[in-house]
Design a protein around this ligand. Structure first.
Ligand code: ADP
Ligand code: MG
Length: 236
């Protein structure tokens, strides 16, 4: 379980997250849903340890990992996979090298077997020698996901991972994510501004507005929420 307690994050005195409290249950898919600028990416960065909030605590499985301006457990030791909005693939690495890099850094054995397993799972084997610029948007997305999963993270943070895809590919990717969650038994935090996407995959939906949580609950609870902003946000 990931817990954020009384998180306050400001940039240049401008508050972005104000006294934010959030619980992310294990082995579930939690969607952070909100319009652009509502603080979704900031929350992911705070969870991962890439951002240090001015006040508040982050706990992972009961252990304090960030405590008001202090990083207790660094990002690299949090067992978190992060799929950035721009994917951040290494352009000068092939598909194989992109997926293998993290394992090599960690001096893991069986690098080749692990990478091959990912390539097969995502039907990417025939692209193993291609560079990111030679791939379609969907293939790049798969490589970014494979690159995170190969490290076997306990938590996977996905920042609008499907926003650039056409409807058909998005459908396929949403089905993949359903399978991933089951197969890898992971806790996923999935950021989107698209309520239909959130309703499609979430166990828990957290609706954000200007850095505040307007509502949190199951899909049907959010669909039936009496919160005025939530009703407005999910109607179009
Ligand atoms: P979202 O992901 O929901 O679009 P963000 O978390 O990226 O929102 O940003 C929330 C607010 O914080 C926005 O107003 C944004 O301009 C501001 N912000 C985010 N990162 C920075 C930064 N590094 N410096 C200054 N302002 C930032
Ligand atoms: Mg964002």
């Amino acid at each position: 379980m990931i817990e954020l307690k009384n998180i306050h994050q400001a940039y240049d005195q401008k508050p972005v997250l104000q006294d934010l409290n959030l619980s992310i249950p294990s082995n579930q898919l939690t969607c952070l849903l909100g319009s652009s600028g509502s603080g979704k990416s900031t929350i992911l960065r705070v969870i991962s340890g890439l951002e240090i909030p001015q006040t508040g605590q982050v706990l992972i499985d009961g252990r304090v990992v960030t405590d008001s301006e202090k990083i207790i457990v660094p990002a690299s030791e949090r067992n978190i996979g992060f799929i950035f909005q721009d994917l951040a693939l290494w352009p000068h690495f092939t598909v194989y090298e992109n997926i293998a890099f993290g394992l090599q850094e960690q001096k893991k054995s069986h690098v080749k077997e692990s990478v091959m397993e990912m390539l097969d799972f995502f039907s990417l084997r025939k692209y193993h020698n291609k560079y990111p610029h030679q791939l379609s948007g969907g293939q790049k997305q798969l490589v970014a996901i494979a690159r995170s999963l190969v490290l076997n993270p306990k938590f996977l943070l996905m920042d609008e991972p499907l926003s650039d895809l056409d409807v058909k590919l998005k459908r396929k990717m949403l089905d993949y994510i359903h399978i991933l969650k089951k197969k890898f038994d992971m806790t996923i935090v999935y950021v989107t501004h698209d309520h239909k996407e959130a309703f499609d995959i979430a166990d828990q939906v957290v609706v954000l507005h200007q850095g505040n949580i307007e509502a949190a609950g199951t899909v049907s609870e959010i669909k039936n929420s009496s919160n005025e902003y939530v009703r407005y946000f999910v109607t179009f």
